[in-house]
Design a binder for this molecule. Sequence first.
Ligand code: TYM
Length: 329
Amino acid sequence: MKRMLSGIKPTGQLTLGNYIGALRNFVNYQDDYEMIVFIANLHCITEYQDPADLRKNLTDAVALYLACGLDPDKATIFLQTDVHAHAELGYILACNTYLGELNRMTQFKDKSAKGEKNMTAGLYTYPCLMAADILLYNANYVPVGEDQKQHVELTRDIAQRFNNRYGETFVVPEPLIAKVGARIMSLSDPSKKMSKSDEANKGCIYLLDDPKTARKKIMSAVTDSFADVKLDKENQPGLYNLIEIASALSGRSMEEIADEFAGQGYGKLKGYVADVVCSELEKIQSRYNEIIESRQIEKILSEGSAKAAAIADETLARVKNKIGLEIKY
Ligand code: TYM
């Protein structure tokens, strides 16, 4: 069975974008692949997080993984800091990554271009830690949304460089990006990605949003003044995004949805999208409540990290040996 690995960084509450672009795919793949999914808590602290908020977000993220359908009997689920090899390999890979490569990472480039001050060294070297997350597990595939593709490509470059320098060590992974829903856009600004850090909070649906709030956000989503339901990503990006959300969640094709609402005005379409989204949120939230009450998270994480550490420690030992980092007596 081929191995697949992915993670989410809960710097806030998980979003509908995380669900459509990543999480629900993990769930779909868990029957056919050996699935390893972790909570990227070290990645969260590249920017200051209030400790109490962070703790809550991490717990909620695990509960949501389970609520969305990840099954701990099929998938290995763990917290990144419970497996120490991540930080150690992250440092080693930083020593095998060039500044030029990190300068080209769009996340860092965009923040510097915006003149953001007080960026941390952790934010800059973050892609090396992400490469370690993946390479520790000899993962063949990495299911991610469109925005993470560049990081997986850098991981491939680092793996290939290391293999050339030190001999075959790492499996070179491939990004796996879904055809529908790989980049869900903000409801209030369809030129931007839907993101946890949406300040106005109107463009982003959180998985724990009360369905009434989610419906309101969808009904007031920014569209256009053509008053004509069509699939035109370039000229009607807001509408396209809504149809994409509904298509991803309902399994219907985007064309079929657009045809159904052609000539009916945007209100009807928005109402349909809201129905689809709210019914998904209700299902997830009722399972989330059961999971929080059942207090099973700790046990799942401890079993998951034991399984993960067994794989990761072996890879790290091999890496140290190749580099010549240990002393043999
Ligand atoms: P993060 O936490 O920003 O996002 C988690 C996953 O959700 C996807 N995603 C989206 N997909 C579609 N539309 C959106 N609006 C949207 N927003 C987010 C992301 O593409 C991602 O797949 N660096 C990673 C976490 C990470 C990781 C890893 C992932 C750390 N180590 C190793 C894979 C493998 C991140 O910040 O994702």
